[in-house]
Design a binder for this molecule. Structure first.
Ligand code: FAD
Length: 515
């Protein structure tokens, strides 16, 4: 059956991850008369739209939802479609369930490249697969020219339902924090001390805790908004621009191949840090900074067995096979500071990618993984470039990544390896004699800078402090690509906060001034 797409809306949003959803939510709350449509290239996985796949309890259904998020390239013949088998887990190209790797162009000869560059295509985007860590940025991670940053972050926390105390009673979490704090907190400001990780989770009345996806960001105000439409399996191939103004979007309906132009007063491109600049490029919007200043957070992981802990009955649930969040899912946070410029997260092993030593039989909860993230030494030459002749499997301009780790990056990675060892030594003993493992670039899944925000239009940014693309009226960009600073912490909260600022800007333009 052919479906009908809206012919005209006030706001067209491209991409249904947490950032696109944040625009829909804020506009639904602030402009109830505005018509809003979200176009998403991937399929609808579950109800409500944008549900985190880990909230799907049935393992086969969950595996199917993950597979359906993995983009347009066909899976190799014989790959099982309803299990988690068949995923590559070995370096150098690590792929997580629910994501797919950039198939080609991820490394140029003689460069480091981004072999881990990955995306998700589904309603909810990567936000249907993420781990929900939502720390606030600190020190040089913060965007100095945004005086309202804390207000925006607080609103982002509301939309994502961030809770720093969901797992205060996790076994050993208090002990983990006490030991880390003893080793690391001496010189730190109060708000930068070891703490529980703020997590995007929802506590239900019956005591269950579930992961927040875009469903939570959309929330009831969006779902109940009769002027809101979500269109899955709809590829936006172009932002229509005329006379210096965004006029709408060109959409390919992947269900029937139909091509449509949807007129819009405002267009928001929230299509992840690689595909947002791709769509602008395809639309002829090519400011100098587009795709440049690309950065990813070099990530080093390690694992220890906690020293001297009493494994009583509180530890009797093994969290690793649990899709649901259980008490053992406690995560601790070692915040970034300019003096100790790493973002540290310490978690029970269910959430950690650290491989166990062979034949190690852990007591549930007693083995913790440590992940230390570095901030990249930003370079204009690190960039995603787009082809005018070649296309990707969606038919969009093919990407080519230019990416190098500088000497400063190598020094920072070496310092992170030392720092993670120090933190680990405070907790317990390494599982074996392996060194900390530094993942190849791209594995953090936190790509930033490609449509970066700037205070002025000086050629080093794509958009204004309210995410408006310089020189194209009515066009906004969203997602981690907007973040201009080299942040080491998980970026989604910051990106959602910046989306809130952009959505308020559109809301102000849509709201008639009262006399
Ligand atoms: P996305 O969620 O990537 O959504 C973009 C959407 O745009 C996609 O659905 C895509 O299909 C759609 N799209 C792209 N191009 C088009 C087009 N042309 N037309 C229509 N639609 C299009 N971040 C954290 O901060 N903390 C964490 O703990 C964390 N853990 C993670 C763990 C995993 C396993 C993964 C996969 C990610 C994790 N992340 C984490 C990253 C986090 O998920 C992303 O930062 C976040 O989802 C970005 O939101 P977004 O809305 O900008 O983009």
């Amino acid at each position: 059956m052919t479906r009908t797409l809206p012919a005209r809306v006030d706001v067209a949003i491209v991409g249904s991850g947490p950032c696109g959803a944040a625009y829909a939510r804020v506009l639904s709350e602030q402009c109830p008369d505005a018509t809003i449509a979200v176009f998403e290239v991937g399929p609808l996985l579950a109800d409500p739209p944008g549900t985190h796949v880990k909230n799907i309890v049935d393992p086969d259904e969950r595996a199917r939802a993950q597979r359906r998020s993995e983009g347009p390239a066909p899976l190799p013949a014989g790959t099982p479609t309803d299990t988690n088998e068949g995923y590559a887990t070995e370096a150098p190209r690590l792929v997580r369930p629910g994501t797919f790797l950039l198939a080609s162009g991820y490394r140029q000869p003689g460069q480091d490249g981004l072999p881990g560059a990955a995306m998700s295509s589904n309603v909810g985007g990567m936000g249907a697969h993420w781990t929900g860590a939502c720390p606030r940025p600190g020190g040089r991670e913060r965007i100095g020219f945004l005086p309202e940053l804390d207000d925006l972050l607080a609103e982002g926390e509301r939309l994502l339902s961030v809770d720093a105390h969901a797992f205060d009673d996790a076994p050993f979490a208090g002990e983990v924090r006490k030991r880390l704090s003893g080793a690391l907190d001496d010189e730190r400001a109060e708000d930068r001390r070891v703490a529980p990780m703020p997590l995007a989770v929802v506590r239900h009345d019956d005591g269950r805790v579930t992961w927040s996806g875009s469903d939570v960001v959309f929330g009831e105000p969006t779902r109940a908004n009769p002027r809101f439409t979500l269109v899955p399996e709809a590829l936006v191939t172009e932002v229509v621009v005329a006379d210096g103004r965004a006029r709408g979007v060109r959409v390919r309906d992947l269900q029937d191949g139909g091509e449509h132009v949807v007129a819009a007063r405002f267009v928001v491109v929230a299509a992840d840090a690689l595909r947002t600049p791709q769509l602008l490029w395809a639309s002829g919007v090519r400011p100098r900074a587009l795709g440049r200043w690309l950065n990813d957070q070099p990530q080093t992981v390690y694992a220890v067995r906690l020293r001297d802990v009493d494994t009583g009955p509180e530890a009797d649930v093994d969290p690793r096979e649990q899709p649901r969040i259980v008490a053992q899912s406690g995560v601790s946070w070692v915040p970034y500071t300019d003096e100790d410029p790493f973002h540290g997260q310490v978690m029970q092993l269910d959430a950690s990618p650290v491989p166990l030593a062979d034949a190690d039989e852990p007591e549930p909860g007693t083995i913790v993984g440590l992940g230390w993230f570095c901030a990249k030494d930003l370079q204009e030459s690190d960039r995603v470039e787009f082809s005018d002749t070649e296309t990707d499997p969606y038919g969009m301009p093919a990407m080519r990544i230019h990416y190098r780790l500088t000497e400063a990056d190598s020094a920072s990675i070496a310092a992170a390896r030392d720092a993670v060892r120090r933190a680990a030594a405070a907790l317990g003993e390494p599982l074996d004699d392996r060194d900390p493992l530094t993942f190849p670039p791209g594995a953090s899944l936190h790509y930033q800078g490609t449509v970066r925000m700037g205070e002025t239009d000086d050629g080093t940014s794509v958009c204004s402090p309210t995410s408006r693309v310089w020189d194209v009226a009515g066009l906004y960009v969203a997602g981690n690509g907007v973040i201009p600073t080299p942040i080491a912490c998980n970026p989604t909260l910051t990106a959602v906060a910046l989306a809130v600022g952009g959505a308020r800007d559109i809301a102000a333009a849509l709201t008639p001034e009262e006399n």
